[in-house]
Ligand binder design. Structure first.
Ligand SMILES: Cc1cc2nc3c(=O)[nH]c(=O)nc-3n(C[C@H](O)[C@H](O)[C@H](O)COP(=O)(O)O)c2cc1C
Ligand code: FES
Length: 643
């Protein structure tokens, strides 16, 4: 690769890349993100390469493995340009037909298109799919167009032009002012104004300063940072170098968890390519500015994503938080000024520089500008990564982008903000999703996890689940966090086992207050959120568990029982055969009975009993009726049919 020594040379290289690319030439983009790889994308890529060769199209078609466009649940995702035809859940055996029909004949293979579950309508182009149509994909939109291991793909889309702009046409003060003007707030959780943080570091009196990418992404179920790192690593590098220039730093770190091997691999490749082209190293693009980047693999502890813990881990010590009497922006890594920003925050920077702060601030709400990527999961039709403007309502995310709740069930709540976030109920579906509104509702933005729940979800159990996670992940260094979370977890576990006592809710509230006020870091300070938000919105569920020993969602196993209604049982033997615990007795002409001692409460019998019989009953908060006598269990099929 030739070293690029000026913005003119960069433009020349870009034009050369573009001149080698014919926009009318078919290009098959196959998502090679972790989600699609898990559902067989490697085999699909190999099948395309072989089939294209077999059909003699090698010089006429481009094939590439790309980053994740977000619709992982329907992967492997294939998009064929220039028409932008989008095929979902593609298998290697579909490939010959796609090549001969779509690539040769320009005909669409109908059965591989997205079908709207509500209307039955098919969508041919990626941008026609409701999941994508209702998003604004500034950050992840390019993923499906880029082979993450090809810097030329990034350059072809205008990559590194923001870097050239800042180095040659802007002073570092102007860069800082532009970021401040955009009102960009950190995407890693707290929503701290990025420009202010940069300014603090810039003004700190120390020759050596650092800029750091937080790619720890410890929230269970969240994978937006992974998708950006895997899919478009140069966008983060470009943002980081610009940040370094703005604050006067010449050294950057990417702290990425070890469990993201593809992200680590793609980032390392990207760094090597950027060095070869001269976007990293000494005298970048001939500007006189030097900047280097190192990758640090994190051991994968949730708490290591906290700023002071992350910096301690970068120093080679155990990743535990420390008191931050002085901001890490002033005294961070090796006690030097250090700007730590989240992956998505950095990825926004080149866009702000290229398109301007005013463009950025056009989308979003009053206090939260731009877009945010959410990991939309749980009881929702369209699962995946969604990028939406801040200020969009929860209802639009869940019903327009997410396609609503499967199986015609009712929406109950959405948990936002990762394990330390909160649950927001149906009555707040029309609230605007931004940093401030989510906090007001008792939750938080966090890094963008969004777990949708339907009526089958028990809110006490949800709080217990997250406290269980946090109790494992608390570093244990400070007592309020370590003991507070542990005690809250103990009470929640008792409540969900039917052992709750009067006063437990009040005790949970009290412990929440102390843990929130006295913990060392934000892990402990935000840990009560799942407890307090579920008590705030679903207090009646807590009371039902404690007073009536009833789980209204029939989810807490210890509080649920199953029995067979002898009046309705048809002795069909279905539940008897399927019960994994062999707890059902009976026969062809004998009414079935569940042995309560053996029953593991897995609910299989309830799920498979044919709805026209409806013989298996699920109860909570009441006693199981005594089984009928042996003689009465014998039934004559014909007579029962007449009933
Ligand atoms: C327990 C804990 C875990 C965190 N994990 C992450 C993480 O995985 N990624 C992240 O970007 N920020 C994480 N944060 C927030 C960081 O401390 C920090 O605020 C953030 O990286 C700053 O970047 P931003 O201003 O761009 O959001 C975590 C905070 C806490 C308290
Ligand atoms: S990994 Fe392929 S769509 Fe997400």
């Amino acid at each position: 690769m030739p070293k690029i020594n000026s913005p003119d040379e960069l433009e020349h290289v870009r034009q050369k890349i573009l001149s080698r690319r014919d926009p009318s030439k078919p290009c098959v983009s196959i998502c090679a993100g972790t989600g699609c790889l898990a559902s067989g994308a490697s085999e699909v890529i190999a099948a395309f390469e072989a089939e294209i060769e077999k059909q003699g199209l090698k010089t006429k078609v481009t094939t590439k493995g790309t980053g994740c466009p977000g619709f992982c649940e329907r992967g492997p995702v294939v998009v064929i340009y220039p028409e932008e035809i989008c095929y979902l859940q593609v298998k290697p055996e579909d490939v010959p037909e796609i090549v001969s029909q779509t690539i040769r004949e320009r005909k669409v293979v109908d059965r591989l298109l997205y079908v709207d579950p509500a209307t039955g309508e098919k969508a041919t182009r990626e941008s026609d799919i409701p999941f994508y149509k209702n998003q604004i994909r500034n950050i992840i939109g390019n993923n499906i167009r880029i082979d993450p291991k090809s810097i030329d793909d990034y350059l072809a889309l205008g990559g590194y032009s923001a870097l050239a702009k800042v180095l040659f046409r802007m002073t570092s003060e102007q860069v800082l002012e532009e970021v401040k003007k955009s009102n960009l707030r950190g995407r890693g959780g707290g929503g701290f104004p990025t420009g202010r943080k940069w300014e603090e570091s810039r003004n700190a009196p120390n020759e050596i300063k650092y800029v750091i990418v937080n790619a720890d992404e410890g929230d269970p179920g969240a994978f937006m940072d992974r998708a950006i790192l895997e899919g478009n690593p140069h966008s983060i590098l470009e943002g980081l170098i610009i940040g370094g220039y703005a604050i006067g730093s010449h050294e950057g770190y990417i702290y990425v968890r070890q469990e993201y091997p593809l992200a680590v691999e793609n980032v390392i490749v990207a760094i090597k390519q950027a060095e070869a082209y001269g976007f990293l190293g000494e005298n970048i693009l001939g500007s006189g500015f030097d900047f280097t980047v190192k990758v640090h693999r994190g051991a994968g502890a949730f708490v290591s994503g906290e700023s002071s813990a992350l910096m301690t881990a970068l120093e080679g010590r155990v990743g535990e938080p420390r008191p931050k009497y002085i901001h890490t922006a002033v005294k961070g890594l090796w006690d030097r000024p250090s700007v730590l920003n989240n992956v998505e925050t950095w990825a926004n920077v080149p866009l702000i520089i290229n398109k301007g702060a005013d463009w950025f601030a056009q989308s979003g709400s009053e206090g939260s500008k731009g877009t945010k990527i959410f990991s939309l999961v749980g009881k929702i039709n369209n699962t995946g990564l969604v990028e939406v403007p801040m200020g969009i309502t929860l209802r639009d995310i869940i019903f327009k982008v997410g396609g609503g709740i499967p199986g015609g069930k009712r929406f109950k709540a959405v948990q936002t903000g990762g394990p330390s976030g909160g649950c927001i109920p149906e009555e707040h579906l029309d609230m605007k999703v931004d940093f401030d509104e989510l906090t007001k509702a008792g939750s938080m933005m966090g890094s963008g996890g969004m777990i949708v729940m339907d009526d089958d979800t028990c809110m006490v159990d949800v709080a217990r689940y997250f406290l269980d996670f946090l109790s494992d992940e608390s570093c244990g260094k400070c007592v309020p966090c370590r003991e507070g979370i542990r005690q809250m977890l103990k009470i929640l576990s008792n409540i969900s086992k039917g052992k709750g006592k009067e006063g437990d809710i009040e005790l949970l509230e009290e412990l929440s207050g102390t843990t929130r006020d006295a913990s060392l870091c934000a892990l402990g300070r935000s840990a009560p959120n799942p407890v307090l938000s579920t008590i705030r919105y679903f207090r009646d569920e807590y009371e039902a568990h404690i007073k009536q020993k009833k789980c209204p969602a029939y989810s807490c196993r210890e509080m649920v029982s199953y029995y067979i209604d002898p009046e309705k049982c048809q002795a069909c033997m279905i539940c008897l055969r399927k019960c994994p615990a062999e707890a059902v007795s009976g026969g062809k002409h004998q009414i079935h009975v569940i042995d309560q001692e053996k029953c593991t409460k897995c609910g299989t019998c309830f799920e498979i009993c044919p709805p026209r019989f409806g013989a298996v009953k699920r109860i909570s908060g009441e006693s199981v009726p005594p089984p009928i006598s042996e003689e009465k269990r014998i039934i004559v099929r014909e007579s029962r049919k007449d009933e």
